[in-house]
Design a protein around this ligand. Structure first.
Ligand code: GLV
Ligand code: GLV
Length: 323
């Protein structure tokens, strides 16, 4: 019988092209721009050999059971894999493909854009222009914080963290601190100094979260975390929302414990429009668009499809997650 594949969303043409050129596969696609409803996901994966999913699909035991014993490959069109029940997947001998590297530059660019937009109050400024709040050029009005001469602290100096560091350094950053599980040899390239988290928080003017979401990092940015930051510091998160305790962040922002926050990721996603964080002028929230350039999304889809087919035909995937 031909192998069956379920794709959980409409994806860029680059990915579809790879799948349709493969020939002997029966490909079914959830043809929508919105996430597949849970019930349809459970139906769609029944009896498949492989699935191409997104970070919005929670692939847990229920989904694996619904798929059945034929499931050999899960390919996610994302670098993050916290939405996959990795232990259960490993137990079943299922291979996992993901899309690191190809989104590193786009995500680092977005992080820099968000950092500058937050520190220099760009959205607030645009709002003032539109609402008539701009009465004159004023010496003390709309001031923020600059990168020149600053100390930047990066939590997680992996692929994306390094790409952020490389881009920030030329802005005149004086000192680059980083923390993580262990010192990274590649840090020499950006003159990064490995420090413990407490030191990073107390010395940094910009704290950038670029680590992956794991049981160890979940809720890392909490009350104690923000209390250690400078009152003039800017917090930026482009990784996963669950790294942050949002009630604690709200408190830190509204009490002046920290200066501002830029978030590309939240809990939940989408963030409800009446969420307290959205009432704050010093909080910039973006709708999880780190990798959202036309070219990067196309490349991600192509890589996810290529990973899937390679896995199904018993070949080495270009990007396979080591389980
Ligand atoms: C985006 O958040 C990704 O994991 O690719
Ligand atoms: C995260 O995926 C990273 O590569 O830093």
């Amino acid at each position: 019988r031909p192998m069956k594949v379920f794709v959980t969303r409409r994806i860029p043409q680059e990915g579809i092209r790879v799948l349709s050129n493969a020939g002997a596969f029966e490909v079914s696609v959830w043809e929508s721009d919105e996430p597949v409803p849970r019930a349809e996901l459970l139906k769609g994966v029944a009896g498949v050999d492989g699935m191409l999913c997104l970070l919005t699909d929670r692939i847990d035991t229920e989904v694996l059971n619904a798929a059945g014993a034929e499931l050999k490959v899960i390919s996610t069109m994302s670098v993050g894999f916290d939405h996959l029940a990795i232990e259960e997947i490993k137990k079943r001998g299922i291979r996992v493909g993901y899309t690191p590297d190809v989104l590193t530059d786009a995500t680092a660019e977005l992080t820099v854009a968000l950092l500058l937009a937050t520190a220099r109050r760009l959205l607030e400024g645009v709002q003032e222009v539109k609402s008539g709040g701009w009465s004159s050029w004023k010496p003390l009005w709309m001031c923020g914080y600059g990168l020149n001469g600053s100390t930047v602290g990066i939590i997680g100096l992996g692929r994306i963290g390094m790409a952020i560091a490389r881009r920030l350094k030329p802005f005149g950053v004086n000192k680059l601190l980083y923390t993580g599980r262990a010192p990274k040899p590649q840090a020499v390239e950006v003159e990064g100094e490995y420090v413990i988290l407490d030191k990073l928080l107390s010395e940094s003017d910009f704290v950038v979260v670029a680590c992956s979401l794991t049981p160890e990092t979940q809720g890392l940015c909490d009350k104690a975390f923000f209390a250690k930051m400078k009152r003039t510091a800017v917090f930026v998160n482009t990784s996963r929302g669950a790294l942050v305790n949002q009630e604690d962040l709200y408190e830190a922002l509204s009490s002046g414990q920290i200066a501002a926050a830029g978030l590309d990721v939240t809990t939940p996603e989408p963030l409800p429009t009446d969420h307290p964080l959205l009432t704050l002028k010093n909080c910039v929230v973006l709708p999880h668009i780190g990798s959202a350039t036309y070219s990067t999304r196309g490349t991600m889809a192509e890589l996810a499809a290529t990973n899937l087919l390679a896995g199904l035909t018993g070949k080495a995937m270009p990007s396979e997650l080591a389980l």
